[in-house]
Design a protein around this ligand. Sequence first.
Ligand SMILES: *Cc1c(COP(=O)(O)O)cnc(C)c1O
Length: 398
Amino acid sequence: MPGSELFGAEERKEVMDVLETGIMFRYNHDQQRKGIWKAREFEHELANFVGAKHAHVVSSGSTAVATMMAACGIGTGDEVIVPAFTYIATIEGALLNGALPVFAEIDDTLCLSPEGIRAAITPKTKAVVLVQMCGAMARMDEIIALCKEHNIMLIEDSAQALGASYKGKMLGTLGIMGAYSFDFFKIITAGEGGAIVTNDEQLYKNADMYSDHGHDHIGDNRGMEKHPILGFNYRISELHAAVGLAQLRKINYILERKKANKKVLKEALKKYPEITFRFLPDPEGDSATFLSFFMPNEDLARTTAREFAKAGIGVNYWFDNNYHYIRNWEHLREMKTVAKLPIEILGSRQDYRNLQLPQSDLIISRLISVGIRITWTEEDLKNIIQKMDTILQEVLQK
Ligand SMILES: *Cc1c(COP(=O)(O)O)cnc(C)c1O
């Protein structure tokens, strides 16, 4: 729970600015808002922080993902390659646009593997939706080269990876467009919120218009604006943008604290030869949101996770978790929806009910992720290490 640990006077101040003018709408009202433009300011600072030409903030990470796909022209019948270890929003974003999610294998980076992507490519493949999972990067060099080779768009769902980087470039800016989430559990939070970033002016304009019914946002008379395209309302409110802005200004501190705390825990686990760590193609660029490691087998992983949880350690065992792995997505596997989705008419190339992803299963079933907190003290860290040691020595029968 990173950014949300630091909610304080700075966030309150930004919110009060908005409440004092009463203009909670992000566009127009130029006179009444007295120069207060929190969404715009947030976008400006976010673009600067990630080193992208453009940023556009929206109502959530999910709407950012859906907007990103629409802006890139991903639509009905297009195949998009996705991982089965993500949050369902990645998949829903594709389905909402009429696209057909094609699941590919992940590797020890916890992200799509180059071989998995290669095996999933068909002539209908329009994009790879690379999820930079659990705060760090995929094998970027290989994946970027592969997408170039096959002329496929690379877009990043970096919802969990704001501030993480690869060889000095921020995750989210390595493909043609990237998305972030600012929900309550992410690296920084706006309460609810999300953003897309890109260096491509047209894609940015597409996203800006699409997320507000296609309005072009020219002039100060909303009713008289042009609307070159259809879209939907994925706007962020000024109140949420205000919180996000205050949080973004804390991000360097957040990353620094997480990295320092993670380092201490990781060092402590290195004495167990049975434990292997998530592979980080660029360790310097890790956001240190989680300490993710593999146990020798599923049983040991499940037992360890259960004991960690009992001891009060913030632990995730994703294989049994209902949110992040396809194994427990019966709504997707059975295609349970209230309204008919295009995929039901078009049909999917993959049978989601019986999808076989043996490599992903092998990785996720042995994976444990410990959430790294910003506010841990030295004393807290000592305590956690002591608990981990007691449990691991028991589990690994030392
Ligand atoms: C959180 C998350 C989202 C969705 O973000 P919300 O702001 O919760 O809508 C999308 N993709 C991934 C990988 C996420 O973790």
